[in-house]
Design a protein. Structure first.
Length: 165
């Protein structure tokens, strides 16, 4: 019988020992923070009018400007006058690098091609309120007026898109 009591006492000591080995715990918390500033990115497709025939109707085509801004950011999109000497946002011109002849064209913000798209915020830019946080497309409507009998050649210009936010 004594032998059995020793076993029981040994098992009891092991249980007490197992409880004494358990670790204590404590917890705390910490904050995770970030500041997000207004930010925008912009890209654009080329506006390729193709072959211009001065005896036909106005040549019209479009370009797409894609703007992605942080959610709820207000922004304006402006288009400069291009690179031709003496051009303005209302008298844009493509140049033929061989002959140096100029081909007039216009950029508009509406499908009817009546609202000139310029570069002065609050005057002739496209104002966009409250960005969605996703890519937003904006169409540029271009027109080369008929009746410009310039030297045959390859005409081009470069427009800078400015997003103000």
């Amino acid at each position: 019988m004594r032998f059995h009591k020793v076993k029981i006492v040994a098992i009891g000591l092991l249980l007490l020992d197992g409880q004494a080995v358990q670790a204590a715990t404590d917890t705390t918390t910490f904050q995770v923070t970030a500041t997000v500033n207004d930010a925008c990115t912009v890209s654009a497709t080329d506006l390729a009018f193709g072959v211009y025939d001065p005896s036909a109707a106005d040549d019209e085509d479009t370009s797409t400007i894609t703007v992605t801004c942080t959610k709820s950011t207000d922004y304006d999109i402006g288009l400069n006058e291009g690179t031709a000497s003496g051009a303005t946002v209302t008298t844009r011109q493509m140049i033929d690098t061989v002959s140096t002849d100029l081909l007039n064209y216009s950029l508009f913000s509406d499908t009817n091609r009546t609202v000139n798209w310029g570069n002065t915020v609050g005057t002739d830019t496209v104002a966009v309120g409250s960005a969605t946080g996703a890519a937003e497309n904006h169409t540029v409507y271009g027109r080369i007026p008929t009746g410009q009998y310039v030297t045959a050649g390859s005409y081009s210009d470069t427009i800078t898109v400015t997003v103000t936010y």
